[in-house]
Design a protein around this ligand. Structure first.
Ligand code: NAD
Ligand code: DAU
Length: 355
């Protein structure tokens, strides 16, 4: 079996669902269930003996050590993190605690467990750390995309905390020989994405008749990958990645934010037109920019493609259509994640921020 951390969040839950759709290998899913963790996403696995959910913190060494000793996973895939840049600007502490201190404790528990394994199991064991392209900083308009050798230049408390965790993972390989793999992926989108992030926020706000808040001039560029393609890349790296190596994951899909927002609006115009016949784009509202906002990210995924033969299955067009359709088809999931805590966040982040 494998141990997945953060498997009730957006990417982790998609990974667990896809894994169990393709394998019978069981998953222990350790998640703290912060505001971003949602067991409803995993509802289809209720009663499935291949999925063991454990409510807990990656930083709880006693719990993690017990889980490792009891279940003897052949791999750990670490998704658990605080993941939202704007939240890291309002309050960095949780990011330091989970992304840095939590990852450190997890690595310590895993190192002790790995050291206790018999030869062949020790040989086969893997620790895969899921990271982000944001650790590389911001690109200029004409700069080449990030390769794995790009220097680390994180600019937000979130990306700095992820960079620190990447360094710890690297150090545990070089110092202790821990068999690690790291993936640095670009922006994901798809089903079960918490509506604090750009694409789900735009869909949810548009349908609710609310403003669509675009930061600054809306010309910041992100490189978008459908979440299930990220999951297939992680499976491939876990299966065949070279120990200690870093693999950048991306689908060559750079787009300015305003283009993304307009595309979402156009799909909604087609699939769920406004009652008054007006376009959803009329709801776009430019608001104050994010402090220290990175201008451009772009991933060079040639290493992953050439070495491991990975390719995304979706284009942006097919992926964004599936995503909008998923949100239209799952209003209950959306309504349930929009809890009191969610409303409090939206009030804090967007109050009085019109540009
Ligand atoms: P998310 O915020 O949706 O989910 C994070 C999950 O981790 C939640 O279920 C949460 O409850 C859990 N968690 C948080 N702190 C924990 C702790 N201390 N112990 C155990 N569980 C904890 O995040 P996501 O978007 O699914 O991102 C998953 C990982 O992928 C993160 O490491 C993130 O940095 C990375 N990543 C995300 C993207 C993206 O576009 N979303 C892109 C590249 C990399
Ligand atoms: O690049 C990978 C990263 O992508 C991940 O590591 C992060 O966990 C993930 O949250 C994401 O970070 P971003 O900051 O790029 O994603 P977000 O959806 O918050 O914002 C995408 C872009 O849209 C960014 O340029 C900010 C802008 N934006 C965002 C929001 C929430 C807006 O213009 N308006 C908004 O309301």
């Amino acid at each position: 079996m494998i141990l997945v951390t953060g498997g009730a969040g957006f990417i982790g839950a998609n990974f667990v669902l896809d894994w169990l759709a393709q394998h019978d290998e069981p998953v222990i899913n350790l998640d703290k269930l912060t505001y971003a963790g949602n067991l409803e996403t995993l509802a289809s696995l209720q009663g499935d003996a291949r999925h063991l959910f454990v409510h807990g913190d990656i930083g709880d060494a006693a719990l993690v050590s017990r889980l490792l000793a009891e279940h003897k996973p052949r791999a750990v895939v670490n998704f658990a993190a605080e993941s939202h840049v704007d939240r890291s600007i309002h309050g960095p502490e949780d990011f330091i605690q989970t992304n840095i201190v939590g990852t450190f404790h997890l690595l310590e528990s895993v190192r002790a467990y790995w050291g206790s394994l018999p030869g062949d199991e020790r040989e086969a064991f893997r620790f895969l750390h899921v990271s982000t392209d944001e650790v590389y900083g911001s690109l200029g308009k004409d700069d080449p995309a990030f390769t794995e050798n790009h220097r680390y230049e994180p600019n937000s408390p979130y990306s700095a905390s992820k960079a620190a965790s990447d360094h710890l993972v690297r150090a545990y390989h070089h110092t202790y020989g821990l068999p690690v793999l790291t993936t640095n992926c670009s922006n994901n989108y798809g089903p079960y994405h918490f509506p604090e992030k750009l694409i789900p926020l735009m869909i949810v706000n548009a349908l609710a008749g609310k403003a669509l808040p675009v930061y600054g001039d809306g010309m910041q560029i992100r490189d978008w990958l459908y979440v299930k393609d990220h999951c297939s890349a992680i499976r491939r790296v876990l299966e065949a990645g070279r120990l200690g190596e870093v693999y950048n994951v991306g689908g060559w899909n750079e787009k300015p934010n305003i283009e993304i927002v307009n595309r979402v609006c156009a799909l909604l115009d087609e699939l769920r037109p406004r009652a008054d016949g007006q376009p959803y784009a009329a709801q776009i509202s430019y608001v104050t920019d994010r402090p220290g906002h990175d201008r451009r990210y772009a991933i060079d995924a040639r290493k992953l493609e050439a070495e491991l033969g990975w390719k995304p299955a979706e284009t942006f067009e097919t992926g964004i259509r599936k995503t909008v359709q998923w949100y239209l088809g799952n209003p209950d999931w959306v309504a349930h994640v929009q809890s009191g805590a969610y409303r409090e966040w939206v009030g804090k982040q967007y109050s009085g921020s019109a540009a």
